[in-house]
Design a protein. Structure first.
Ligand SMILES: Cc1cc2nc3c(=O)[nH]c(=O)nc-3n(C[C@H](O)[C@H](O)[C@H](O)COP(=O)(O)O)c2cc1C
Ligand code: SF4
Length: 408
């Protein structure tokens, strides 16, 4: 069976064997072979599920490759996007992605996660956001905004579900009035996102930020209606969901990024909780659930041990794919995406073919190669990202617009 890599190798040889280095000259016979192999490459990639269309509500996604929210340090002090972000998104939308989630924006100044984070709190944020959504729409790529409150990780004011202490800081418990304000802030941010031209929003309920902190019995020790049972701990998420839906109506995409496991040494969200949360969201008619995992309290060992499918699985590289299999068994009609660890076209194709998820979500690979989707479609078999995580290092993330340390 012809493989696209072989086909590309032959093309390479054909061009190298040409006599003239500046002008590639091919004999008629070579041209026929070239045409044959081009046909094979096109045939193989066209038949991949990865490059099949997907209808998300009434939005047509040209393929199953989604860019997971990936923030940068590059908004100004007021949370307004600066030019390097817009330039980066230009590359992204030209790179062939089917769907984009913009990096998280804070919904309240007090819930800001890091310097240079973008905001969606007032009309001052809209003009630059509009430039970005226009870019995406010019290339027919649906784009949504991710909304977040950092909770105890805020650089402005640390509040969370209940008082929470580490050796370095204390976060105080949010009052009911503050919870109401946060719910309203999410709804307001969603309204602003739509005004800026986004096709919908994603609630960030993963990675140990505020909503994830409320979900976790490790952090949330409240005794009121927001604490105790999982249903109570999920109340903030569900209230935010309902408030946004009410504010923006049914037409735009409403998604949640959630942990399928916090991988905390004790307590926290585990797969059995994630199944329940995902089902609560499905019952509410959510448009897309993106599954992720981990956060500041995760144990790297637990991450390695749990959430993987059988070792011989063709999508073993995808972290949490075992968890995704479990969740999919209980949710058949709600669109699912999975992020974390996808690097090869083979694994992406395999998990889609197995119907575990509908979309494959990628982040660091798009820092490394914003045009990865096009390259995969042209025959490249894997991302060049080697997962060194240097793009996340303080020096790099704090000083440069998203860029790959291995590409210099
Ligand atoms: C620079 C950087 C910024 C990120 N920003 C966000 C973010 O704003 N929101 C979010 O949910 N995840 C964020 N993530 C996590 C990614 O979306 C993704 O879950 C994670 O990188 C694993 O996927 P990957 O293996 O494809 O990189 C970020 C990751 C990186 C490397
Ligand atoms: S710096 Fe490392 S982890 Fe980041 S995109 Fe480049 S190769 Fe991937």
């Amino acid at each position: 069976m012809l493989d696209t890599r072989n086909a590309l190798n032959v093309l390479f040889v054909l061009t190298r064997t040409s006599n003239n280095r500046s002008q590639i000259f091919l004999s008629e016979e070579k041209l026929k072979i070239l045409a044959f192999f081009s046909f094979c490459v096109a045939k193989i990639t066209m038949s991949l599920k990865l490059f099949s269309e997907f209808t998300l509500k009434h939005f047509n996604l040209k393929n199953r490759l989604m860019r997971s929210a990936t923030t940068s340090y590059w908004a100004d002090r007021e949370g307004i996007l600066r030019q390097p972000i817009i330039d980066y998104y230009r590359k992204l939308v030209e790179g062939g992605l089917g769907f984009i989630v913009k990096g998280h924006s804070y919904v309240l100044e007090s819930g800001k996660a890091h310097e240079g984070q973008s905001g969606l709190t007032s009309e001052k944020h809209l003009p630059k956001m509009k430039v970005l959504t226009t870019l995406a729409h010019e290339k027919s790529v649906p784009i949504i905004a991710q909304l977040n409150h950092a909770g105890y990780s805020s650089i402005v004011e640390r509040i969370t579900a209940s008082e929470y202490r580490t050796a370095e800081w204390v976060a105080r418990e949010a009052t009911i009035a503050e919870i109401d304000e946060i719910v309203e802030a999410f709804a307001h941010a969603a309204e602003l996102a739509l005004q800026a031209g986004f096709d919908g929003v994603q609630i960030h309920a993963a990675h140990g930020y505020l909503i994830s902190q409320f979900l976790s019995d490790r952090v949330n020790k409240r005794t009121d209606k927001y604490g105790g049972s999982l249903l109570n701990r999920a109340r903030l998420l569900l209230e935010v969901f309902d408030a946004i839906r009410k504010r923006i109506g049914n037409a735009p995409i409403l998604s949640v990024k959630m942990n399928c496991d916090d991988f905390a040494p004790v307590g926290g969200i585990q797969i059995q909780d994630a199944v329940i949360i995902a089902n609560l969201l499905a019952e509410k008619g959510i448009d897309l659930i993106e599954l992720s995992g981990g956060g500041p309290e995760q144990s790297r060992d637990l991450r390695k041990q749990r959430g993987k499918p059988a070792e011989n699985s063709p999508y073993f590289e995808a972290n949490f794919s075992g968890h995704a299999e479990t969740i999919r068994k209980t949710i058949s009609t709600t669109p699912l995406a999975l992020v974390d660890g996808f690097r090869t076209r083979r694994a992406m194709e395999a998990i889609l073919t197995a119907d575990v998820v509908d979309l494959v979500s990628i982040s660091k690979s798009t820092i490394c190669e914003p045009d990865l989707p096009k390259k995969l479609q042209a025959g490249q078999t894997r991302s060049e990202c080697i997962d060194c995580r240097l793009c996340l290092s303080k020096e790099r993330f704090g000083k440069m617009m998203l860029s790959c340390a291995q590409k210099e």
